[in-house]
Design a binder for this molecule. Structure first.
Ligand SMILES: Cc1cc2nc3c(=O)[nH]c(=O)nc-3n(C[C@H](O)[C@H](O)[C@H](O)COP(=O)(O)OP(=O)(O)OC[C@H]3O[C@@H](n4cnc5c(N)ncnc54)[C@H](O)[C@@H]3O)c2cc1C
Length: 417
């Protein structure tokens, strides 16, 4: 059922009646016995898939099943960097599609997702990185992605608080994407959920999928903590739990799950209005609207399913960043957390049919899938609706691992972001 539009008039009306008239952003229905499509996982990718199934293909008899609360996985735990400066053509295409959809997302979803195209710099701090990023800038210009390789002086002009003459890793330049930036992660999940609910879809939280029902090589439904639910098509979009879910569907995925951590400092006055990534020392930082410095580090060195922080990560990440940003050396850190990221060998995602008929998988976004949410949802919806991948997803099939057609993004995605 259609939701009432958010607008300045709605805000004024509610202000006059003490904000007592806002309706719930999405419904919380009990599961029906059957849907045309079930999506497992109400993270950004699962919700965007459902949204584009409805918007682009008119498929609205859809349920999104979530074991916890929507957006409570990596979607609500990331550092929200959005960019599309990847090296390989298929990656540039899907990440640029996503970035361009972010530009109009607030209007599309009628929800302010606070997209802030403040610009992203990837610092070059070794000769190897200079050559690598110059190559990426050339590739991007052929792909129609707007990036440029900038000088150390320009980096300093963009980020005055940066020390570009560090003794170990001086700044030798940077890959600059002016229309990259950040968005409010929760709002992205909430906006898609509200729009899906408005199209009549069911978003069912606290509903863990515990089994996948199949017959004659085809999916027939799922077993959940809230009973059995039938479906004709199933999308598995569960990030760090993709391997677990694939096992229940009777196949294996080339995915490793690892904890990735981030932290924020106490809020300070505005001091940095771009996003900076320093891949050599492995840290990245932006300033939130509240003034906190949002800082991301690396993944654990071993596979695990933990969603919390650890002391040595704070120490490692801050030690790495402090040479380039001496200003953070006395900041108190406020919060730290972790998410379970799903890594493939070539650091590119999987959007694919599976050995089980009617079952499709979207995963492998690893440390960098927030930026891809709208593009990924668009491509996954097309795959589910048509049963075959469209141009955005064509290269990201599972068969690439058997055929050796890797989409190597270890440079673009080698640091966690
Ligand atoms: C610390 C950190 C920093 C990051 N920084 C960035 C960044 O700056 N930029 C960027 O682009 N990306 C970043 N990422 C990566 C990004 O967060 C993820 O790639 C993206 O959010 C994945 O979205 P998703 O919808 O696939 O997964 P999720 O948001 O994790 O959603 C999957 C959902 O599936 C649910 N689920 C799992 N199993 C079941 C089950 N059995 N039944 C029902 N539901 C189930 C989970 O509860 C979860 O809510 C970061 C990640 C982390 C952890």
């Amino acid at each position: 059922m259609a939701r009432r539009r958010y607008s300045v008039f709605a805000l004024a009306r509610e202000a006059l009646r003490y904000h007592a008239g806002w309706e719930r952003a999405w419904n919380s229905p009990a599961p029906k016995s059957r849907y045309d499509v079930i999506i497992i996982g109400a993270g950004g990718h699962g919700l965007a898939t459902a949204y584009y199934l409805g918007k682009n293909f008119g498929i609205t008899n859809v349920a999104v099943l979530e074991k916890g609360w929507l957006g409570g996985g990596n979607t609500g735990r990331n550092t929200t960097i959005i960019r599309s400066n990847y090296l390989q053509d298929p990656s540039a295409a899907i990440y640029e599609k996503a970035r361009s959809l972010y530009e109009t997302m607030s209007q599309d979803l009628n929800m302010n997702v606070m997209f802030s195209p403040r610009g992203v710099i990837m610092l070059a701090q070794t000769e190897h990185e200079v050559r690598g990023y110059q190559r990426t800038a050339h590739a991007n210009s052929l792909q129609g992605v707007q990036t440029e390789f900038i000088s150390p002086a320009r980096v300093k002009q963009l980020v005055p608080i940066m020390n570009i003459d560090g003794p170990r890793y001086p700044v030798l330049g940077g890959l600059w994407q002016e229309r990259g930036g950040t968005a409010r992660h929760d709002a992205v999940a909430w906006g898609y959920a509200r729009a899906c609910s408005g199209m009549g879809m069911d978003i069912i939280q606290q509903c863990e999928v515990t089994g996948i029902r199949r017959e004659g090589g085809k999916v027939t439904g799922v077993t959940t903590t809230r009973g059995d639910i039938g479906c004709s098509k199933l999308g598995i979009v569960v990030a760090g739990h993709s391997g677990v879910m694939a096992e229940k569907a009777g196949f294996r995925l080339p995915i490793e799950s690892l904890a990735l951590q981030a932290l924020v400092s106490e809020p300070i006055k505005p001091c940095m209005d771009v996003v900076v990534m320093a891949n050599t020392v492995h840290g990245y930082m932006s300033q939130s609207d509240k003034g906190e410095m949002v800082i991301g580090g690396g993944t654990d060195g071993f596979n695990n399913y933990t969603q919390r922080g650890s002391f040595h990560h704070i120490e490692e990440t801050l030690r790495a960043l402090v040479e380039t940003f001496p200003v953070i050396s006395r900041l108190k850190m406020l919060r730290q957390w972790g998410g379970i990221v799903d890594m493939t060998g070539d650091r590119s995602p999987i959007i694919s049919k599976t050995p089980l008929g009617g079952c499709f998988v979207n995963c492998g976004w690893g440390t960098g899938g927030f930026k891809a949410i709208p593009g990924s949802g668009w491509a996954m919806a097309e795959l589910i609706a048509k049963g075959e991948p469209g141009p955005l997803a064509a290269e990201f099939g599972l068969n690439r691992f058997a055929e050796g057609r890797f989409i190597d993004e270890s440079v673009a995605a080698g640091v966690a972001h």
